[in-house]
Design a protein. Structure first.
Length: 434
């Protein structure tokens, strides 16, 4: 797997400590400045945000090896992660790589407001250096996977079941203050800076040591995104909704293809995440219930209630691990939109799909069918294997299972009459000559 180096050779700190490297070079000294910076070495910076999954773990492991091989001064992991979704043995192996690294490994909790907890916080404590930005929180270690002497020694007790902010962490001697990553880098051993004058003659601090930012390649970024709790959940709901719709269409359409792709991606995400498979089963049961609802077009049937209850319970209990949960807004949007689409929209879409011949729908007048439920005066009928809302235009109600004849169409509602024994239509009486 190839590493993407995004070519960041300078920092823009908006008035903090130093300005862009090239802007301070005097005319004619650009080549010399670049050579001096190269001689001052470089630092690798790696983004570790979101849940620590196999994709991010592979990036961290690979980055350490590459930093060792290329002779980096240090490797810095910018972390903002509340939990890991890795097997314990993989976490221990990654922690051992950090301990055994032949290059200094540093962690920076940032940007401002970041949170690093549980297994990811333990990995950060294994590093040679820890910095934290303002407003960020660190701790809540949970069950320790590593020896206390490899973490924070006796100070580990401060972090086992709670998080600390910047001031508390610095006061305890567990981290140093670094509100922006520039501050964190400047305090690294071997990181070189110099003070030069800008065009106005004011002193400006510039780095001589180069920095190389690394991030996930596009393909791996896709799988990392899919393995986030809200994305995997929403992809599953989209897949189920599209596949239910595809059941009532002829052939394989766009909805089926998109639904299949979403299902594959959702399956990967749920396999990585600590998903309760019985909760996934409830979501599948919900889709089945909604499919029955679309088939019968009944809004108050038993299967409709089963589908809604299964959807809510499956959504609420989908994930089973601290730090891995659905945001309430995602849960609310998923449940509400799924219910609206399946209970209200799906029957209409199915009827519309089956009611679109090449030229009009007049061909249906005179067609024979069967009452799926009693039509008295409204109900549901089946015409050529398609379900329709129907009403009788006669005084005689139509019982479930009786044969019916289509006599008129109003929008998506059919006017029907019983095959035999229909009362005479008042409209026919009115047009009968005396």
């Amino acid at each position: 797997m190839r590493r993407i180096v995004i070519g960041v050779l300078l920092f823009l700190a908006s008035g903090l400590l130093w300005s862009p490297l090239a802007g301070a070079s005097a005319p004619g000294t650009g080549t010399l400045a670049r050579q001096e910076a190269t001689d001052a070495g470089f630092v690798d910076i790696v983004e570790v945000t979101g849940l620590l999954d196999p994709v991010l773990a592979d990036l961290m492991s690979r980055s350490i090896a590459e930093a060792e091989a290329s002779g980096a001064i240090a490797i810095v992991f910018r972390v903002d992660s509340s939990a890991a979704v890795l097997p314990e043995e993989d976490l221990v192996a990654l922690g051992q790589e950090i301990l055994d690294a032949g290059v200094p490994v540093s962690f920076w909790v940032g940007q401002a407001g970041a949170r690093v907890e549980r297994q990811v916080a333990q990995l950060a404590l294994l590093g040679d250096d820890l910095g934290i930005s303002t407003g960020s929180r660190f701790g809540n270690l949970g069950t320790l996977l590593f020896a206390e002497e490899d973490l924070a020694g006796d100070d580990t007790a401060l972090l086992v079941d709670r998080t600390l902010g910047q001031d508390e962490l610095v006061e305890a001697g567990l981290a140093r203050e670094a509100n922006v990553i520039v501050e964190h880098l400047i305090d690294l051993e071997g990181f070189q800076v110099e003070v030069v004058e800008d065009e106005e003659g004011s002193p400006v601090t510039e780095p001589r040591t180069q920095t190389r930012f690394q991030e996930l390649p596009l393909g791996q970024q896709l799988f990392h995104t899919v393995a986030s709790p809200p994305v995997a959940y929403l992809l599953l709901l989209i897949a189920l909704g599209l596949l239910v719709f595809e059941l009532y269409t002829a052939g394989i359409g766009i909805a089926g293809v998109v639904g299949a792709v979403c299902l594959i991606l959702a399956s990967y995400g749920l396999d990585v995440l600590p998903a309760r498979w019985w909760a996934v089963g409830l979501l599948l049961l919900s889709a089945f219930g909604f499919a029955v609802n679309a088939q019968t077009a009944g809004l108050a049937r038993v299967w409709t209630g089963v589908a809604v209850v299964a959807l809510v319970l499956g959504s609420l209990f989908l994930y089973d691990e601290p730090g891995v949960s659905l945001p309430w807004i995602t849960l609310l949007v998923g449940v509400v939109l799924m219910v609206i689409a399946m209970v209200s929209g799906m029957p209409s879409m199915v009827r519309t799909r089956f009611s679109t011949p090449t030229i009009g729908r007049e061909w249906m007048i005179g067609e024979m069918g069967e009452a799926v439920e009693s039509v008295s005066p409204d109900g549901v009928v089946r015409i050529r294997e398609a379900l329709w809302r129907a009403r009788t235009n006669r005084a005689t109600p139509i019982a479930q299972g009786d044969r019916v004849r289509v006599v008129a169409i109003e929008g998506l509602t059919l006017e029907v009459e019983p095959e035999e024994g229909a009362a005479r239509d008042y409209r026919e009486r009115r047009t009968t000559p005396e």
